[in-house]
Every structure is written in C-alpha cells, then in structure tokens.
Unconditional design. Structure first.
Length: 94
C-alpha cells in the first residue's frame, strides 16, 4: 500500500493559520502554535515562518508583532502588512 507523503510542517502551520488566524484580532501567540505542532525550539519555529514568508506558492502574508499583546496572523489588509514590515525593520535595525 502506498503511503501519502507527509505534508511539511510549515505548510501545516500555514493551513492552520488560514483556518484560525485571519486578521490581527485573531492572532495567536507563537508558544500556542508551537504547542499545537509540538515544536520545542523557538528558533526552529521562526525558521518555519521565514520559509512561509519566502515561499512563492503562499498567496497570503503572515504578519507578526512582538510583545505580550503580539502574535502571528494572516494579513487582511495593507495596513496589517505595513505594520509587520515596520516591526520587522525595527527589529533588524536593533
């Protein structure tokens, strides 16, 4: 019997977010996503997010915000995307 190949974890993360985390109001903390997908390393989790952001086959943008009110979500408008770009730029300049 042929076994279906396992879907890579980053695509399972994306699929979950498409179903549950559309828009800032529905953001999810990284540790919650990590728990759902049994990811124990924050650096590895961020790598999955990076892979999704760089993937040309992904048609939605994954936004993020750091801090106790932050989290990850799928963008719903230009303002959310620009907010994430500003956030990422500031972190890169630190």
């Amino acid at each position: 019997m042929n076994k279906m190949p396992e879907i890579p974890l980053q695509y399972r993360l994306y699929d979950y977010m498409i179903k549950n985390n559309i828009g800032y109001i529905n953001r999810i903390k990284s540790n919650n996503l990590m728990g759902i997908f049994n990811i124990n390393d924050n650096k590895q989790f961020r790598k999955y997010i990076q892979l999704l952001r760089e993937d040309e086959n992904i048609d939605k943008i994954i936004c993020s915000e750091a801090g106790h009110k932050g989290g990850y979500w799928i963008a719903t408008d230009k303002a959310e995307v620009l907010g994430t770009l500003n956030h990422l730029y500031k972190r890169a300049m630190e």
